[in-house]
Write a protein that binds this ligand. Sequence first.
Ligand code: NAP
Length: 291
Amino acid sequence: MSTRIGFIGTGIMGQPMARNILKAGYEIIVYNRTQEKTGPLARDGAKVGMSPMEVAEWSDVVILMLTGPEAIDSVLGDEDGLLRGMSKGGMIINMSTVAPAYTRSLAAKLETNGIVLIDAPVSGSRKPAEDGTLIILAGGPQEKIKRLESVFLTMGKRIVYCGEVGQGSGMKMAVNLLLAIMMAGLSEAVSLGERLGLNTETVLETILSGPLGCGLFNLKVDMLKNNVFPPQFPLKHMAKDLGFIMDTADENGISIQVGKAAWQLYQKGLEKGLGDQDVAVVKMMIDSIDN
Ligand code: NAP
């Protein structure tokens, strides 16, 4: 267990993921733009880096769990950025959700610096991140992914090998398209029931107790019952991901119909200032639409 892990981005997902790596006995250094967010990990025994460059210099492999391309580019490229600290033969694992085209361009850029990119976004939100039960959607050189298996399995319960670099992000686009549609679908069904005079809890219990009950709906049921939406997966990230999904579909000549309707809803949610609330807040958008 001699691999030294660098972990950049200790937000909603990054913090519990880094904690699970630490708990498994790895040495880890963490960095976050807003330094206070590394405090709990430091108390648990993680080393804290003052810059991405310091993280890179200390680590054998660096994991990124950041909002998206803008954040990744900023962490890579600043004066005290990651690229300055990485040596040839180094490895970066990007676990943030980004579009496949961005992943491929990042891999090409890193390759010119002698660095290998592993594409490894995750399926699952804060609770699976805390429990170490994420699904890791891996793309890149298979033998390298195999060698990283023990690190991945501290954060997740399953690694899906998706193909070459970019295909992990491709899988993530498919998974999150379904998530966006299912969340909007559940919200619309509950909203319809309520407008027909049915009791909210009864509608939810009816859906959950039958063949439509699923992990996602179980995670969101209390939010819909109580009409409060503490962020597990913020709506702004869903809107961001749907943007990537629409662009990816366009670039590949693929028509996305149901997803497009969902995307418009989440965009409206952003415009209404609901971006920092959980994705389930889309229910409020649906409730507010008049005939
Ligand atoms: P989050 O809590 O908003 O964390 C985002 C992280 O990115 C923070 O560490 C933030 O730093 C950093 N960041 C943003 N802009 C930056 C910049 N310009 N420079 C440097 N750092 C920057 O988000 P999250 O929920 O953990 O999500 C992280 C990634 O995982 C996203 O790609 C998301 O789509 C994906 N994901 C999320 C979930 C989920 O359920 N939450 C599930 C699966 C995948 P600060 O703290 O300084 O802002």
